[in-house]
Design a protein around this ligand. Structure first.
Ligand SMILES: Nc1ncnc2c1ncn2[C@@H]1O[C@H](COP(=O)(O)OP(=O)(O)OP(=O)(O)O)[C@@H](O)[C@H]1O
Length: 215
């Protein structure tokens, strides 16, 4: 399995945000994007997830079965800054919606709702409306969404924002377990996630891009 990007460039509005971004990730690999605010981390993640069209270049995903050119977004879970849950629905209703909506891709199966909430340490609150949860609890449940349906690629934008240190460790373990099962992870972060087998790409924004600097 491979996820690759070739010479990507992206524009937001009138502005070119980055240029010539390439990477090649195999099953089990993680790429962590770092860089200052506004350097283009979220933009790159959204391009890979298929939520933004690149100005130039291409993203390609090759599945386990060697299937070529499947849009990477179809093989991905995307966890953005927002949690993508309905406040007025309960935790169980939200996760059931996503489990049904996504279904499993070939090659794996998602956890039951109870197993998924247990895995993020929140087994006892599935009956509560999502809106009642604390910010950290909401982020944990948003992460549980990744567990209820199988997708080989996880695209994570600041996954540990609003989390306490025990949740940081928990997320690192869940991400590492995904890699060990052959999954690919692409994450933007301001704090070390403590992932094994992770490469780092430091985004420098367009100024660095124009100089060909991707440290
Ligand atoms: N819809 C938009 N229209 C125009 N410019 C935008 C738009 N969305 C983002 N930008 C600009 O694109 C640049 C890159 O933003 P992006 O969110 O990718 O950065 P980031 O590295 O993820 O930042 P942070 O660390 O703050 O999350 C910023 O200068 C931002 O102002």
């Amino acid at each position: 399995m491979h996820l690759s990007a070739e010479n990507l460039a992206a524009r937001r509005g009138e502005d070119l945000i980055f240029l010539n971004v390439s990477f090649d990730l195999a099953g089990g690999d993680a790429l962590v994007l770092t860089g200052r605010n506004g350097s283009g981390k979220s933009t790159l993640l959204r391009v890979v997830a298929g939520l933004l069209r690149p100005e130039k270049g291409r993203v390609a995903f090759t599945g386990k079965d060697g299937e070529l050119d499947r849009p990477a977004g179809e093989a991905s879970h995307y966890l953005g800054h927002r949690n993508a849950m309905k406040s007025e629905l309960t935790v169980a209703e939200n996760l059931t919606f996503w489990k049904t909506f996504f279904g499993d891709m070939p090659g794996g199966s998602g956890l039951d709702i109870n197993e998924a909430v247990d895995a993020v340490g929140l087994a006892d609150i599935t009956h509560l409306p999502f809106g009642y949860l604390s910010a950290g609890q909401q982020r944990r449940i948003a992460f549980a969404k990744l567990l209820v349906a199988h997708r080989p690629i996880w695209i994570l934008d600041e996954p540990t924002a609003a989390l306490d240190s025990s949740a940081d460790r928990l997320f690192a373990e869940l991400i590492t377990a995904h890699q060990k099962k052959g999954g690919i992870v692409l994450a933007a972060t301001h704090q070390p996630l403590g992932l094994e087998n992770a490469q780092e790409m430091r985004m420098t924004g367009f100024v660095g891009a124009s100089e060909g600097v991707w440290g």
